[in-house]
Design a protein around this ligand. Structure first.
Ligand code: NAD
Length: 417
């Protein structure tokens, strides 16, 4: 038997093909939707602090523009490839459609490890990348947001750079901005909050008591640390967390607040007192009720899926489980909340931020939370109904909803010219 592919685009297309087949989608529509609509690749110089110049490569891919402008994060990572960005852009199309947001999907990124740069180097790199991308981004065209290794400050530099080009302030060109320049209340922890809303729904469906659950979280950045904190606040016992430098484990429960302070001080979760060191591979196989992958993609494959013991998985990260692993987990009775559902909190509040920016009318945190909960609960119920009706797992059900929405939009609009 052939080993499963870990090519990100091939995986995204396989997931799409499964849904397209279930939906009996016409072949010409499949051909249209399984590839991105637009791709921009740029190579640009950046002046370093020591006076030298380095050339970096950046991408922006817009997968589908049929339901509105495109939207998706910007990732800074040394191992980034155009296929990663294509796959993530495609995933964003379905994620927006599953939640009923009026966007298509996009993704961008720069091949760089920002931890090796000074803050002023990151600023110059960001501003030049934003300048190159200004050809294709804009409030009515394509709206970036934070992703791995990017943050509100980086969004502020992108917004400022685009505004300088235009000669006036364009707040709605990015989301995930700091509050003092048009960010939204509730955006910074929205990905985690969205995951926790759907986890609550799933726990109710599975008759699982969230406040007694043992939880393991991979990734301790924006999505992971906030999810761990919120689940701990719920009363759950967070037994393990990890970041790129490894993990920590305490079967009696980790103090997430103290762990956040430790990470702020030392830069990693490793070395935290009153916990054992574990590897990222071990974390995924720990005995727990709920597993939250909140780091990078392709972490659970056909190789380790049989050893995953969690009963419920919420994908805060994008694409952490391969299609072969999906099938194994389903057969094991593991209930997976897919990325296009469980990871939609960030883009949903990004949508709220974009709406608030365009209207220049801002909501309270309570309003943002209530609207987010409404969107996440409706999306969960729709996906669950689809899964039960067609006897498929939650990812295929979510994809069927997302792909159908986009296919309908493409069909209604027709092919130009
Ligand atoms: P982040 O940069 O804030 O945090 C990433 C975390 O993952 C860090 O703790 C890092 O150390 C850890 N990590 C990196 N490589 C790892 C590895 N090999 N093993 C274990 N941990 C590793 O990024 P984020 O915004 O929290 O994004 C995390 C995931 O969530 C990504 O898949 C991203 O696409 C997804 N996501 C983020 C948002 C958002 O709003 N930020 C929205 C939806 C989905």
């Amino acid at each position: 038997m052939l080993a499963e592919t870990l090519n990100p685009l091939a995986i995204a297309q396989e997931q799409f093909d499964i849904a397209a087949e279930m939906l009996h989608l016409p072949q010409q529509l499949r051909g249209h939707l399984r590839v991105p609509q637009r791709e921009l690749c740029v190579h640009f110089p950046v002046k370093m602090d020591d006076g030298s110049t380095r050339v970096y490569t950046g991408f922006r891919v817009q997968h589908n523009l049929s339901r509105g402008p495109t939207k998706g994060g910007i990732r800074y990572h040394p191992d980034l490839s155009i296929d990663d960005i294509r796959a993530l852009a495609m995933l964003m199309t379905w994620k927006c459609a599953v939640s009923g947001l009026p966007y298509g999907g996009a993704k961008g990124g720069v091949v760089v490890d920002p931890k090796t740069l000074s803050e002023s180097e990151v600023e110059r790199l960001t501003r030049r990348y934003a300048s190159e991308m200004s050809l294709v981004i804009g409030p009515e065209k394509d709206i970036p947001a934070p992703d791995v290794n990017t943050n509100p400050q980086i969004m502020a530099w992108i917004m400022d750079t685009v505004s300088m080009h235009k000669g006036y302030t364009v707040p709605a060109v990015v989301t995930g901005k700091p509050l003092n320049i048009g960010g939204s209340e509730g955006r910074s922890d929205a990905t985690a909050r969205g995951a926790v809303y759907v986890l609550s729904e799933a726990a109710r469906h599975l008759s699982m008591d969230l406040s007694r659950a043992r939880v393991s979280v991979q990734g301790f950045g924006n999505a992971g640390a906030n999810t761990a904190q919120m689940l701990a606040d719920f009363g759950a016992t967070v037994v393990a967390v990890s970041d790129s430098r490894g993990g920590v484990y305490n079967p009696g429960g980790l103090d997430i607040g103290a762990l956040q302070n430790h990470k702020r001080r030392t830069g990693a979760v490793a070395g935290f007192m009153e916990a054992d060191h574990i590897s990222n591979a071990e974390l995924l196989e720990i005995d727990c009720d709920i597993l939250v992958p909140a780091a990078l993609g392709y972490q659970i494959t056909e190789g380790n899926a049989p050893r995953v013991r969690a009963r419920l998985i919420a994908e805060a990260a994008n694409a952490p489980i391969t299609p072969a692993a999906d099938r194994i987990l389903y057969d094991q009775g593991c209930f997976v909340l897919p990325d296009v559902l469980a990871g939609a909190g960030g883009i949903t509040v990004s949508y709220f931020e974009w709406v608030q920016g365009l209207q220049e009318f801002f909501w309270t945190e309570r309003e943002v939370h209530a609207q987010l909960e409404r969107v996440m609960v409706i999306a969960f119920q729709n996906v669950l109904r689809m899964a039960q009706k067609h006897r498929v797992h939650m990812r295929t059900a979510a994809y069927m909803i997302g792909v159908q929405q986009v296919a309908d939009a493409v069909t209604t609009r027709g092919i130009y010219p």
